[in-house]
Write a protein that binds this ligand. Structure first.
Ligand SMILES: Nc1ncnc2c1ncn2[C@@H]1O[C@H](COP(=O)(O)OP(=O)(O)OP(=O)(O)O)[C@@H](O)[C@H]1O
Ligand SMILES: Nc1ncnc2c1ncn2[C@@H]1O[C@H](COP(=O)(O)OP(=O)(O)OP(=O)(O)O)[C@@H](O)[C@H]1O
Ligand SMILES: [Mg+2]
Ligand SMILES: [Mg+2]
Lengths: 224, 224
């Protein structure tokens, strides 16, 4: 489902290059559950943004379902993103919508009928423990509650491919464990392909395989 | 240095009350290092905002250095905040300033001369591992790098009292351990009073005492 060939990413700060990714190659099969770990600043979010078609590599090839993303136009790239659930490191919730509105939005964009959307949104928000916080806006939610809205939003459309950037950083170990058990079920029962960036050992153990990043390269790629 | 007597905090969502703090009482001596732990949504950030004079309790007494904060005007409250270092759960960095500008700001407000500010800012950013990221703005930093800028900004003025809301959520365990060892040194060597909200077991072990919060109350207050 994913083939990464020698990709690099260089950010330009004026004249100074920052080499966030220095040549990465790996493949992901459909239904795999991969953890991506590594020190702060090692390039994990940059890599996930490439895979999620949110940004383009500076060089190298990235094939999603056999299509080379560097050949796609911006519109086609946006289309590719619709089939991928994405949890951002800082959630990127829409401030003027409440929890329910944020989770409802991807269903509305996909053209799901209103009554079905209401049922599905409440089901997913309940599955992440937020049944009593549906009408709270981001500013009326705790850090970990916002994070869980972001997880609910990523899974509500039943995507076949889900990317998560540190989904439990603001959660206590019990709540974080419950969220990741839910996500593990999606992988085991529905064959959802998962790539999760994490600093959490518990997630590392749940994954099939772990990519260790260090300074913009993959230091090791090990089956758990 | 801190006396909390039966404080409550109720947020109003239209007509519906949300009781985030339901009656908390405890005292903190100068030089203590306290960890505050508890499930997502249990009221930790709300409590820290009260102690940091960023918000007022709905009822109850909160005395900082013997002064009851509920008797203070907004200006006096702002003055109180100047002596307290605060790390926000989502950092609250100023987007148009780079890492150095964000750490320099509290020194500039305190009237420290420019040459001394430059030296001190570089020293503190180096102590959190960001010597090569001083000229990056927030949008040009990784999640954990932003978090470390927020920690550097809270300690740069050498405050006697530091409050941290989940300072390591976006850091790998090695980097997080280095940051908290640095903070522990401030407590042991300089007698800085520390209250740290955390989901990280390592911090829990470093503290002298742990307040366990549950549903807006203190479930237990134990010496480690
Ligand atoms: N827009 C940008 N301009 C310049 N440098 C950037 C930019 N975005 C990221 N970087 C740098 O690229 C490096 C990799 O960033 P990235 O966000 O991928 O790290 P990360 O592994 O996700 O770290 P963390 O665990 O702290 O979130 C960092 O050192 C960061 O400073
Ligand atoms: N402005 C607000 N309006 C209404 N409810 C709020 C508001 N701010 C917080 N809350 C609610 O108060 C409760 C406590 O929030 P708080 O941010 O203190 O939790 P927390 O313990 O810090 O959680 P986390 O570990 O997830 O950051 C939460 O359930 C939250 O939904
Ligand atoms: Mg990151
Ligand atoms: Mg909080």
């Amino acid at each position: 489902v994913l083939e990464v060939e020698d990709i690099t990413k260089t950010y330009m700060m004026g004249e100074i290059p920052v080499n966030a990714l220095r040549g990465l190659s790996f493949e992901v099969e459909s239904g795999e559950y991969i953890a991506v770990v590594g020190p702060s600043g090692s390039g994990k979010s940059t890599l996930l943004n490439m895979i999620g078609a949110l940004d383009r590599p500076t060089s190298g090839k990235l094939m999603i379902e056999g299509v080379d993303v560097s050949t796609l136009s911006d519109n086609q790239l946006a289309d590719t993103r619709k089939n991928v659930g994405f949890v951002f490191q800082f959630f990127n919730l829409i401030p003027r919508l409440d929890a329910r509105g944020n989770v409802d939005l991807p269903l509305a964009i996909a053209g799901v009928p209103r009554s079905e959307r209401k049922k599905r949104t409440e089901e997913v928000l309940t599955s992440v423990g937020l049944e009593d916080r549906m009408h709270h806006k981001s500013s009326e939610l705790s850090g970990g509650e916002r994070q869980r809205v972001a997880v609910a939003r990523a899974i509500v459309t039943n995507p076949a491919f889900i990317l998560m950037d540190e989904p439990t950083g603001n959660l206590d170990s019990k709540t974080g464990g419950e969220i990741m058990d839910l996500v593990k079920q999606l992988n085991e029962k529905q064959g959802v392909t998962l790539i999760v960036v994490t600093h959490d050992q518990y997630i590392g153990q749940q994954a099939d395989r772990t990519l260790h990043m260090l300074d913009g390269v993959i230091a090791s790629d090990v089956v758990n």
